[in-house]
Design a protein around this ligand. Structure first.
Ligand SMILES: C[S@@+](CC[C@H](N)C(=O)[O-])C[C@H]1O[C@@H](n2cnc3c(N)ncnc32)[C@H](O)[C@@H]1O
Length: 416
């Protein structure tokens, strides 16, 4: 095995990553970037340097990681959290949240903003944010974002919680002071959370990339970090996997991808966060552009009307699928793909429908095509990863700390 393949293997093991998520080309690109920074010309001597130095290997690894994130990503979890936290608030106690992994900080800052907006005061909550990558942690700590990264924020939120700094936006100190950043590997058996137990843990968009052993270890680490009645929030492509296990019960509203341990919370509190009962801490949630009504500004522009027709038809497909009319939705979407084979969203939607219908192989192919047609179709990427990682039969979760006597936790995943 040559040195670069050997280093790739080391990184796969360190990250507990599925093989397909560390493309050798990505590794070579990251190496080329490091060589440029180090002003090295010879690739072989670079690989030798990386093999000999943990610091260099970590820098190389950081260049390979998927750090995609955003403010108020998926929105609903950030509406649920303040309502849920309010309902279980014990006077005088500090609310503790873990954001893991936190990437460049948009997730933990969004949590802080959501809590401040709903009246949580200074010192009433802390957020620990962890990630393996020093590169993203530095960016997160700085809290300075280019304009395009703050675009998803509503204007009132942006102006209240961030301030302009040249061409960028700086998170205000009153938000930053609630968030503490830490370097941790979440898939290692010796993981220790900075200040467990947490009332809520956000662990979004990491699980899908991991090997089965990595997923077990991560879940064991999360369970150890979460209070016995705590709230776990995962990414939308990860909810199906968590939801399959009888240990967890999912919390409304749909779209929060939130879970509590079964039996940990009285049934009536599962209503928290539903549209009826929740106060509205995030007053106006703007619709994603795909569902907004769009009139082509120039009706004679064929391209625009084609886009509008595609949007309308695919919205119809989504509505049918949401209503459980999977075969109608599938037929309509397949027919559309027959006429418009290069539409990434159509392939992605048909993949979701096939997955829900119990056809994982076909779903995987559709997600892969959606991704090939649009490499930025992040949803397709996540679902492809989730389908590839999905166990053939329900996979047991590791037992949580509340269920295992202290000291019994082992490096190998527990099986219930
Ligand atoms: C796709 S981002 C998700 C960020 C955020 N949770 C979200 O959903 O927007 C994935 C992050 O996981 C981090 N990561 C990957 N493997 C990790 C590990 N073993 N331990 C800690 N962080 C890890 C990466 O550095 C990256 O910042």
């Amino acid at each position: 095995m040559n040195l670069s393949a050997h280093l790739r293997d080391r990184l796969l093991r360190e990250l507990a990553l599925q093989d397909e998520f560390l493309d050798p080309r990505t590794l070579r690109l990251a190496a080329a970037e490091r060589m440029a920074i180090l002003e090295l010309k010879d690739e072989t001597s670079y690989w030798e340097q990386a093999a000999d130095s943990d610091v260099e290997l970590a820098a190389l690894r950081d260049g390979c990681l998927v750090a995609e994130t955003g403010f108020f990503r998926d929105e609903t979890p950030f509406s649920l959290l303040p309502c849920w936290a309010q309902a279980r608030r014990h006077s005088g106690e500090t609310l503790r949240i873990l954001s893991a992994p936190c990437s460049t900080g948009e997730e933990p800052y969004s949590i802080a903003i959501a809590l401040l907006e709903s009246g949580w005061k200074e010192d009433s909550f802390v957020i620990d944010a962890v990630d393996i990558s020093r590169t993203v942690l530095h960016a997160a700590q700085r809290g300075l974002y280019p304009t395009r990264r703050v675009q998803p924020l509503r204007t009132d939120r942006k102006e209240r919680f961030l301030q302009r700094s040249g061409a960028s936006w700086q998170v205000r100190p009153e938000v930053q002071r609630h968030v503490r950043f830490h370097e941790r590997n979440l898939t290692q058996p010796n993981f220790s959370a900075p200040a467990a137990p947490y009332d809520a843990v956000f662990c979004r968009n990491l699980l899908v990339y991991l090997t089965e052993a990595g997923r077990h270890q991560l879940q064991a680490n999360l369970l150890q970090s979460l209070a016995s009645d705590g709230l776990l929030i995962v990414g939308h492509a990860e909810a199906a996997q968590i939801g399959r296990h009888p240990a967890w019960v999912s919390m409304p509203p749909p779209g929060a991808f939130a879970f509590v341990r079964r039996g940990a919370v009285p049934a009536e509190s599962l209503a928290i966060g539903t549209a009826k009962s929740a106060p509205s801490p995030t007053p106006e949630i703007s619709l994603p552009s795909k569902t907004r009504h769009r009139e082509p500004s120039d009706p004679t522009t064929a391209r625009l009307s084609q886009d509008t027709a595609a949007t309308a038809l695919l919205d119809r497909v989504e509505a049918l699928a949401d209503a459980g009319r999977l075969s109608e939705a599938g037929a309509l979407c397949a027919e559309w793909i027959g006429q418009h084979p290069s539409n990434s969203r159509a392939h992605y939607l048909l993949g979701l429908i096939r997955s829900a219908d119990g056809h994982p192989t076909e779903a995987r192919q559709l997600f892969a095509t959606a991704l090939r047609l649009d490499p930025h179709n992040h949803d397709a990427r996540l679902h492809l990863a989730a389908e590839s990682a999905a166990p053939k039969k329900p996979s047991p979760l590791p037992t949580g700390p509340g269920l295992v006597p202290p000291g019994k936790r082992s490096a190998t995943p527990h099986r219930s």
